[in-house]
Design a protein around this ligand. Structure first.
Ligand SMILES: NC(=O)c1ccc[n+]([C@@H]2O[C@H](COP(=O)([O-])OP(=O)(O)OC[C@H]3O[C@@H](n4cnc5c(N)ncnc54)[C@H](O)[C@@H]3O)[C@@H](O)[C@H]2O)c1
Ligand SMILES: O=c1ccn([C@@H]2O[C@H](COP(=O)(O)OP(=O)(O)O[C@H]3O[C@H](CO)[C@@H](O)[C@H](O)[C@H]3O)[C@@H](O)[C@H]2O)c(=O)[nH]1
Length: 430
């Protein structure tokens, strides 16, 4: 079977590489020529550890090629994975315009049986809509199946997650389609759930919503830990050892960001609203997350008084370590609020870049921690890049005007930082 991956973003590129690694012949298709030209030369246009080596390996092995020629790519391949973006519309619903475009392209150019697999995160019922869009665009009636195969990889760990997933979910309404998909994934050793497309689509949203809920739960609890003078990290450790709870996603901080949780939680809430079902827990998950970064800023204000004309350094811009992605990053919201309050902001991140709207005179950017700390009234740690733990904090302290350290990820050792002479506050952790 030849595989076509449509959309060469995080998910598409990783999926293409993983199938090439499994020995399949894979083509990556995108509308953006610049991305395709880079990928052909073995160059990634985003930062994701491990992907570049694998890209060079497989563009060289001849198992992986990239193109912008959709008609030929659709004709030449039997299995087509849709990996395009499904961004939020202003009302929070998932914008399916790219999925629809791809479905129509497939319908128009198909020349025989195709297995169309949707990997993008899409609302329940999308498999049926894709089936219709393909049929309506067909020039000649060719047979096809549409299956759902949601992706669970994390940015920063994309390759590891895609090569060693904890489960594969296949939503198909034909044995032929689910059989082909199981054959494609045969060399991956993990539980495979074969279910209906609607169930598969909901499993994806439910998983992200639950993980987001874990984070908001622990974040809210961290706010209680502060006045109780209890350490949230120890509470989370004690809770997480119960296998029914588990230790992961109990790290309190400034809230979740990224291209998935905020968008997918919003889309699930909208689906429920359309069906007159109230998802009250999930609504509260959003409310907590939207105020969590402000909680850190309250701490800074309590310490410094007004933020106007204060020099505030931020360590970390990306929504999490090991990525340059700043979509919905809490750090960006923090910077916007600091600017509204007329603070002077300096930011250090090893790979993420400032977005155009933050390239203003009161914002300075550097990859050097020393530089951003010069004369600072406070430093706010927003992304737990390992490099921030390994810094010579004693030396850094001397560069600051006042050694105030607000750790938005509870990443540094509070005791050690206090011993070094910092005023240290984390989230539910001192
Ligand atoms: N980023 C993640 O970690 C992650 C993980 C799991 C699931 N998802 C989901 O997977 C989907 C893709 O996410 P992503 O982060 O890879 O998106 P992305 O924005 O990085 O990439 C999407 C790609 O699709 C291309 N594209 C758009 N329309 C096209 C068309 N008509 N034909 C060909 N290419 C087209 C774009 O140019 C872009 O390169 C989303 O639904 C997302 O929610 C993302
Ligand atoms: O204990 C935790 C764990 C995470 N986060 C934050 O949560 C956000 C999301 O982190 P993570 O889930 O690691 O990254 P994503 O790449 O957004 O991956 C999520 O979203 C993807 C897209 O749907 C899914 O495929 C993944 O399974 C799901 O983990 C980040 O801002 C983290 O800082 C916390 O605040 N506390």
């Amino acid at each position: 079977m030849n595989i076509l991956i449509i959309g060469t973003g995080y998910v598409g590129t990783t999926t293409a590489l993983v199938f090439a690694e499994m020995g399949w012949k894979v083509t990556g298709l995108d509308t953006e020529l610049r991305k395709i030209e880079n990928l052909r030369q073995g160059l990634l246009y985003f930062y994701e550890p491990g992907l570049d080596e694998m890209l060079i390996k497989h563009t060289g092995s001849g198992r992986l090629q990239f193109t912008t020629d959709k008609a030929k790519a659709i004709r030449d391949n039997d299995v087509i994975f849709i990996c395009v973006g499904t961004p939020s519309r202003p009302d929070g619903s998932a914008d399916l315009r790219y999925v629809q475009q791809v479905a129509e392209d497939i319908g128009e150019h198909m020349n025989g049986y195709k297995l169309i697999v949707n990997k993008s995160t899409v609302p329940v019922g999308t498999q049926e809509r894709v089936t219709d869009w393909v049929r309506e665009a067909q020039v000649h009636p060719h047979p096809y199946d549409v299956a759902s195969n949601p992706e669970f990889l994390r940015e920063g760990k994309a390759l590891e997650d895609a090569l060693h997933p904890e489960r594969i979910v296949i939503g198909a309404d034909s044995d032929h389609a689910s059989g082909l998909l199981q054959q494609l994934y045969a060399s991956i050793n993990c539980p495979v759930i074969v279910t209906s497309p609607r169930t598969a689509e909901l499993i994806k949203y439910a998983s992200n919503a639950f993980l987001a809920a874990k984070i908001s739960f622990v974040n809210e609890l961290a706010r209680l830990c502060d006045p109780l003078e209890v350490n949230i990290k120890e509470v989370a450790l004690g809770m997480g050892l119960d296998s029914r709870i588990g230790p992961k996603f109990l790290q309190a901080g400034i809230g979740y960001g990224g291209s998935c949780f905020p968008k997918d939680v919003a889309a699930l809430l909208l689906t429920a609203q359309e069906l007159n079902v109230r998802l009250q827990v999930l609504q509260h998950v959003v409310d907590v997350n939207q105020t969590q970064y402000l909680y850190l800023l309250d701490k800074v204000r309590n310490r410094l008084g007004t933020l106007a004309h204060k020099k505030i350094a931020l360590f970390g811009l990306a929504f999490k370590p090991d990525t340059d992605d700043i979509r919905e990053a809490p750090a960006v919201r923090i910077i916007q609020t600091l600017l509204q309050e007329e603070a002077e902001v300096r930011i250090c991140d090893p790979v993420a870049q400032l977005p155009a709207e933050l390239k203003v005179s009161s914002v300075a950017f550097s990859t050097s921690p020393e530089e951003v700390l010069d004369g600072a009234d406070a430093v706010l740690l927003c992304t737990e890049w390992p490099m921030f733990r390994d810094l010579d904090w004693t030396r850094l302290k001397d560069r600051m005007s006042r050694p105030n350290l607000f750790d938005g990820r509870n990443f540094l050792d509070a005791g050690r930082m206090t011993e070094l002479g910092f005023y240290y506050e984390g989230i539910g952790y001192k």
